[in-house]
Ligand binder design. Structure first.
Ligand code: FES
Ligand SMILES: [Fe+2]
Length: 344
């Protein structure tokens, strides 16, 4: 399986792993046991395979800050070092399992899937909106039966919004296809900027915000962080009120966080969150936001899973159209990284 390996990926939402609990997950084709120490509260990640007879450690249990295999009781610490062999004083030096470097940040557990010495937490894309009281947000993880890059493609090319999401965030398909679009390189990836001036606000926008004009000026900024994170900042304000000059107060604003961690070549963990700017004096809008995003991402899931079935049957040939520019840029960045890593 060709994946970018020298990289951080999201392994879990932080609250998926409570103190003293464990979680088994396959990441980039590797079985990983995640657990949170009952005393330290720290998340650790080990290869989910006991070095004694190979039983997955996830069959065992967390003991304090260590994990005990469920077969013959060997105990391993967060570094993967065996610290106890029942019935013998000597611990064989080779008794250890691979550990992965993890970093908990912005409510997410990130895992480094490459060489340990190269792990640098400063490279993790930040998402401060998860701790900003001016925003209300909801999140989830979807298992998706599709290659992770099909989800990236979907997020990078929002012309699909008019066709796939007519019931929620769509608006008119033509306005999306004709939106003014720029693609610009960034430090860690690429950004696609889109403007839809004088356009009809979609249902999710009018439900969440008040506009004083029938038409709105609508923006979408899509930031791709190599290899598999996409941040989407969208919003709209009254038409002609200066959004392009930076006046984005009032109106509607949304920040979407999306990251896709490959499980296998054809299955993915899709972690997403969506945040709306709180409207002054408005009641808690999270339930409505959740419902709307579940419908929206459910619509995308149907598309990419059907695409995977179709592409597994017949991968080539595929066509290209103008709106593919952003997603092709993202795909080229990933391909270049994989090529670079595979050089001897
Ligand atoms: S297989 Fe884990 S202790 Fe024997
Ligand atoms: Fe979509």
């Amino acid at each position: 399986m060709a994946f970018v390996r020298q990289s951080w990926y999201v392994a879990a939402w932080a609250d998926e792993i409570k103190p003293g609990e464990k979680l088994a997950r396959t990441l980039l084709g590797e079985p990983v046991l995640l657990y949170r120490g009952a005393e330290s509260g720290q998340v650790a990640a080990l290869e989910d395979r006991c070095c004694h007879r190979g039983l997955p450690l996830s069959h065992g249990c967390v003991r304090g800050d260590q994990v005990q295999c469920g077969y013959h009781g060997l105990v391993f610490d967060a570094r993967g070092q065996c610290t106890m062999v029942p019935g013998q004083a000597l611990i064989p030096p080779a008794a250890k399992v691979k550990r992965y470097v993890v970093a908990e940040q912005d409510h997410l557990v990130w895992i480094w899937m490459g060489d340990e010495a190269r792990a640098d937490a400063a490279q993790i894309p930040r998402h401060p909106w998860h701790d900003d009281p001016a925003w209300e947000w909801v999140k989830d993880r979807y298992p998706v039966a599709a290659n992770y890059q099909l989800i990236t493609d979907n997020l990078m090319d929002l012309t699909h919004v008019g066709y796939v999401h007519g019931r929620t965030i769509g608006g008119t398909p033509q306005a999306h296809s004709e939106a003014e679009t720029h693609t610009v390189p960034t430090d860690l990836g690429v950004r696609v900027e889109r403007w839809m001036m004088d356009s009809v606000p979609p249902p999710a926008y009018t439900a969440a915000a008040k506009f004083n004009t029938a038409l709105v000026d609508r923006w979408m900024e899509i930031d791709f962080f190599t290899p598999a994170t996409v941040r989407i900042h969208t919003g709209a304000v009254d038409a002609g009120s200066g959004a392009r000059e930076g006046k984005r107060e009032g109106g509607f604003a949304f920040i979407g966080f999306n990251t896709m961690t490959p499980e296998s070549e054809t299955t993915s963990h899709y972690f997403w969150s969506g945040a709306n700017k709180r409207q002054p004096g408005a009641p808690d809008g999270r339930e409505r936001l959740r419902q709307s995003l579940e419908v929206t991402f459910g619509e995308d899931k149907v598309v990419v899973e059907a695409q995977q079935v179709s592409l597994s049957r017949k991968p080539e040939p595929l066509g290209m159209i103008a709106s593919d520019a952003g997603m092709m840029r993202a795909r080229r960045l990933v391909a270049a990284r994989i090529e670079q890593e595979q050089k001897p």
